[in-house]
Design a protein around this ligand. Structure first.
Ligand SMILES: [Zn+2]
Length: 104
């Protein structure tokens, strides 16, 4: 065992937080599922769709942790600002790339 600071320590925390979020979202989605049809309850349908999108983003972030690319922008490959990851742990792109994506 070495005493050098392992960056995996913080990553383990992020991973736990993401897994917890994933579980919460999946539980909400499961509860919504019976009504989440555009013909039955359009609001539930919209809500379920947005939960599904976030679940995909969280899953992708967990995959990036596994692959060791977590915290890097998936578009330009530069590190995402730590402050942004604090607010949005499953952020896939840096603020600059994301703002381009939002504008599109
Ligand atoms: Zn970027």
């Amino acid at each position: 065992m070495t005493t050098s600071t392992p960056p995996s320590l913080a990553l383990a925390d992020v991973q736990r937080a993401l897994e917890r979020q994933l579980e919460e979202r999946l539980a909400i989605l499961q509860a919504l599922q019976p009504y989440a049809l555009p013909t039955v309850d359009p609001v539930a349908f919209q809500t379920a769709a947005s939960h599904r999108a976030v679940i995909e983003q969280i899953t992708a972030a967990l995959n990036r942790i596994t692959r060791g690319t977590y915290g890097l922008c998936t578009r330009c490959g530069r590190p995402i600002a730590p402050g942004r990851l604090e607010v949005l742990p499953h952020a896939a792109a840096c603020i600059e790339c994301q703002s381009h994506a939002d504008a599109a």
